[in-house]
Ligand binder design. Sequence first.
Ligand code: SDX
Length: 427
Amino acid sequence: MSKIATLELDGKKYEFPVIVGSENEVGIDINKLRDLSGAITMDPGYKNSGSCTSEITFLDGEEGILRYRGYAIEDLADKADFLEVAFLIIFGELPTKQQLTQFENDIRKYTLVNEEMKNIIDGFPKTAHPMGVLSSLTSALTAFNPKVVNVDNEKEMYEAVCKTMGKFLVIATWTYRKMMGYPLNYYDNTKGYVENFMHLMFALPTGPYSANPVVIDALDKLFILHADHEQNCSTSTVRIVGSSHAGLFASISAGVSALWGPLHGGANQAVLEMLEEIHKNGGDCDKYMAKAKDKDDPFRLMGFGHRVYKNFDPRARIIKKAADEVLQTLGVNDPILDIAKKLEEAALVDDYFVSRKLYPNVDFYSGIIYRALGIPTDMFTVMFAIGRLPGWIAQWKEMRINKEPIGRPRQIYTGHPLRDFKPMNQR
Ligand code: SDX
């Protein structure tokens, strides 16, 4: 017996079907609301509004659960590697050994970026923020790969996935090379995907380079933890841009821009800058906790709070443990980590944070590891984008294959009623 929701407005009752998901989430289908009642709903920030059904990621904010295609994030972070998880998220199943090897080799076919793209990156000042450069370069990829992918053609879609995974990693690292004034590196097809990230970022023509396996393993885990997160701000952006049938590169470029914001992916950079400021000012956590609670102070405890998680962000728990392990293995003693732990401990017993269910999120500890791995702060959100790429691709692909309608929300107008034009001499 399917559920029905009833709404009463101006004495009239309206019934709407109810959708129940595979994890018993309940959604009221208001598709006919305006046709039937003339009314729309209002939900700034979409805190209570579902934009789609999806089979990719499930998260339960109250229980602190995160699963990609039904697999627990704890298992995937512990037992899989990033390309394996990317394959799972994009194609729906964990790959066989043969499929994974094929996927890695097929990505290698597309890791050469057109040399003319270097003219574009040359146009940026060294001081340009890497996220702005990355968004521009991603959009520019369309100019060199203008073929519109037929999403219903499995082979074409697979090639577009491999091309995006291959080229995005290269141009993401070029943003760092540009900032440092280094020559741009090429993907090395003899190395793995995450190992190539380190090669692309840090190899110099003046001598041999090999990345520390501890660093590669830590990055692999971090990329997995960032790989998807259902309808977050940047993923919703990728979906809505793609819903106009804009191409995959253009949609991902928009997602990069949305991720850049300090309330979203830009928080990992903001957390490190906040922790460094606290450290510089003598490590007085109480002062910053007071600022975070002061309504007249715009300061927020960056890396804390989440739209969905009203319990611990399971990714933060894993990253916090990894931070301890990586810093210990690398012999890094970073006072910033101690300040982060002090802040967390203080917030977890402070009524302001407890009553608002504000816990550390994925961005709170990730920057500490990135810093220990030698990644500069300005590149932290680019790291988030590299991890989130499979999720953006998968969500765009699902939206297009499901032939979802163009995204076009309604509004309630609160401006002037009709008024006569006022000639210049009467203004
Ligand atoms: C990511 O959506 C995703 O899934 C995102 C993400 C992903 O994987 O894609 O998980 C990645 O973006 C993580 C979030 C990173 N951002 C930050 O760490 C920035 C700091 N956090 C906040 O700005 C905030 O918590 C948000 C943006 C994350 C969530 O904002 P909401 O859901 O709109 O909540 P809100 O702003 O309405 O806050 C509710 C209350 C308010 O106080 P009251 O008005 O009720 O008195 O909590 C307060 C807020 O002032 N609050 C904070 C706070 N976060 C919320 N107060 C101090 N410090 C904070 N960090």
